[in-house]
Structure formats: C-alpha cells, structure tokens
Design a protein around this ligand. Sequence first.
Ligand code: GTP
Length: 303
Amino acid sequence: MPTTIRRKNLKKGLHFTLMVVGASGMGKSTFINTLCESSVFPKTDYSDPQKAAMPKTLSLTPLTVEIEEEGQKLALTIVDTPGFGDNINNESGFYDILGYIEQQYDDILAEESRIKRNPKLSDNRIHALLYFITPTGHALREIDIEFMKRLGARVNIIPIVAKSDTLSPKELAEFKQRVMEDIAFYKIPIYNFPIDEEDDDEETVEENNELRSLLPFAVIGSEEEVVINGRRVRCRQYPWGVAEVDNVQHCDFSKLRYMLLSSHLQDLKDITHDILYEQYRTEKLSKEGHDVPHAQDEEEILG
Ligand SMILES: Nc1nc2c(ncn2[C@@H]2O[C@H](COP(=O)(O)OP(=O)(O)OP(=O)(O)O)[C@@H](O)[C@H]2O)c(=O)[nH]1
C-alpha cells in the first residue's frame, strides 16, 4: 500500500463497510468467506431440497470481522442481503436495501444536529455495494438495471459477474462488454474509478484506467484449497481442470480485493461522505423545508 494511503487510513481509522446484493444463490456468502479467508457466513446444505429452496440469507445482517491487509488491521463490516429475483414483486426487497442504506445516513444526520456530539458514534454508512450480476451470458436483466439505477444515487456500486467460471473466456469477455454497454445506455451510476485530472499522478491514472477496463469484475468464490504443483490454491475443481480464485488469468478476484481493501478504500469512503451523503443530506433537509447550510466540519464525529 502506498505510504500516503497508509497514513491517511491510519489517521481516519481503518473501518470499511461493504454490502453484497444479488439474486439468490449467486455466491454472495461464498464470496465474503473467500474475501475474509474465513467462514464468516455458514454454508447451506444444498443437498436437502427443502433447505436449498429457501434463501439462506433472510434479513439484512451486518457482521464485523477483523482482517489483516498488508500488515494493516482493518475492521470490515459486511452487510449480506437476502437474494432477490425469486419473487414476482421485488419492490419490498429493494425498499429494504434502500431503507437500510438511508437509515445509516439518517443516523449521521441526527448526530450532526445534536448540541453535544458523540465522538464515539459508530459510522455504519455503506462505502461500497457489490452488485452480483447473474452470469447469463446475454446482457443485464431488467431487474439488474432497475436495482443498480435506483441504488446508484445513494451508494458506490461496483458491478461484478458472479460465478464467472461458468462462462468460457470468450463468453465472459463478450458478456462484460455487453454489460458495460447497458450500463452506459441506461445511464446507471456505478463507481468507475474517477480520475482527478489535476491531482492524480500518472501511476494512479494508469491504475484507474486498468481497473475500469476490468469492469464488471469477474469473480470466482471458493473456500476449498487444493495443492497444485506444490502450491496451495483456492479454486473450483472440474473434471477438465481448475478455476483458480487468486489467478488473474482466471478471474479478477485478487484485483477487486486489492482495490476494495487497499488502493481505493479511502476514495470509496471519501465519495460516500463528500458526495453521496452530502446529496442525501441536502435532499432530506430541503424536503423538510430547511435552508441547507454547507456541511460543517463533521470530522470530529466521523473520525
Ligand atoms: N460455479 C460457481 N459456484 C459458486 C461460486 N460461488 C459460490 N458458488 C456455489 O453456489 C452456491 C450458492 O452459493 P452461496 O454463497 O450460498 O450464495 P448466496 O448468494 O449467498 O445465496 P443466498 O444467501 O441464498 O442469497 C453454493 O453451492 C456455492 O458453492 C462460483 O464462483 N462459481
């Protein structure tokens, strides 16, 4: 991690909140376990048809784990969401998720207006939402477009292709391209690694362009390890070979992990606070008929 980012992270306290959203059974829990290298969410027994038919995640459950990233301790809060898309009407699922995101903003807003602010207030705003796109091989589904479009104004959305090992490399490349065409066509606001022409150095611009070119990130989740040529690898095994989680030739998992937990962690937090929360605050206060003064120095409560 570059020293400047490390210093900034230390100063602000390393805490990051991630939400995972997508259709049921798309590998959200497996992905989190793979990301944290531990069984944060227990496995469902899919061999029992009765249990397999039920969504495993039934409510929005925040869970905090401490992980170590390049020698840095990070408190990572993960909010798993119930899979959606199984119901004819998915509105309630959508409102639950949006409601949760806005509730965290409301908590900060309420704290700001107190005479005596609580310096220990825990800030549970969602810094990034990983949206699991079903790997249909076609294009975005209507529900994906709807969800991302409506949530994008409130949270940094990072689109990912779930279970990318189910597509061939050619199918995956074409699918990614079509997804990005849809995102542009439907004007879906996603986190697209913004470049600051004035402040960013050449290296950052290059890195951001490379990450942008990978969107939507293709991920493979697996908690199984096998030994290949003397090295332990996390992978999914097939009769014809293995799809490795951490191999950049096989999927974008390691690049996604690095950007989320290291290189772009602070940027995601800054955008959440400076742009998305600010926008919510302005809308909310204007609706209530307040004159909206510019955000005061909230650093003291937000840390
Ligand atoms: N092929 C493939 N299968 C995967 C991948 N990730 C998870 N799975 C499998 O998909 C099934 C569902 O995974 P879960 O992680 O439980 O999915 P989920 O999205 O959390 O499910 P809900 O909580 O019900 O919404 C399990 O059998 C996993 O082993 C992947 O990257 N590729």
